[in-house]
Design a binder for this molecule. Structure first.
Ligand SMILES: Cc1cc2nc3c(=O)[nH]c(=O)nc-3n(C[C@H](O)[C@H](O)[C@H](O)COP(=O)(O)O)c2cc1C
Length: 195
């Protein structure tokens, strides 16, 4: 797939086929992440590839988070990002994706380092999501599950030396979501040309 087509085709996928993902493809995607730029070339990212019972437990917990978080959505559907019941259904099983990738970075109490680690690891996440599209897979960058960080840390045995940056399901999309409209598609407001 052509590079700009990959960029434009990437969507946050919240419904997957249950077909397994080849280890070779997972590694290809993680290799793309590993080639991201990083502050001071620190390459601070790490990845947990989660499936089976552990993934099931992660989903049950995320389902509870979304249930709580979306309590007011039925009363204000115009404010809702998607129908409440659909969002809970997705969260409970991570959209039936066969695997979930948890992205970690180095933890730091120094704000400058923390920022650099998060920025660098975010570049890796975007590489990963774009590579997924290029091999016919999909993902969804998520930070919502971090609302119950302790649960994740205990379940996945994540040490205090690591920060959880995001979680993405990974699998073959079972849906083709409409693109979310751009706020400034012609870039007349978001770009200023200076000379
Ligand atoms: C930092 C970050 C956090 C996000 N957290 C969540 C999340 O917790 N749950 C979720 O369903 N989507 C999450 N998303 C996905 C966004 O909702 C999505 O990117 C946005 O609506 C645009 O849709 P698109 O990705 O299909 O273009 C997150 C995206 C980013 C970049």
């Amino acid at each position: 797939m052509e590079f700009f087509e990959v960029i434009h085709k990437r969507r946050s996928i919240r419904k997957y086929k249950t077909d397994p993902v080849k280890k070779e493809d997972i590694l290809k995607i993680l290799d793309a992440a590993n080639w991201a730029p990083s502050a001071l070339n620190l390459q601070p990212w790490e990845f947990l590839v989660v499936s089976g019972d552990t993934k099931t437990k992660m989903g049950e917990n995320y389902g509870k988070i979304v249930d709580e978080y979306t309590k007011g959505w039925d009363a204000a559907p115009d404010k809702a990002f998607m129908p409440r019941n659909e969002f809970i259904k997705f969260a409970n099983v991570y959209g039936d994706a066969p695997i979930v990738i948890v992205v970690l970075t180095e933890a730091s109490s120094d704000p400058a380092y923390r920022k650099a680690y998060l920025e660098s690891t975010s570049a890796a996440i975007e590489n990963m999501l774009l590579a997924a599209v290029a091999v016919g897979l999909g993902g969804c960058w998520m930070t919502g599950p971090l609302d119950e960080e302790k649960h994740l840390r205990d379940l996945l045995e994540i040490p205090a030396t690591r920060e959880i940056v995001a979680i993405t399901p990974l699998g073959y999309p079972a849906v083709t979501p409409q693109p979310r409209p751009r706020q400034d598609p012609d870039l007349t407001k978001k770009v200023k040309w200076l000379d």
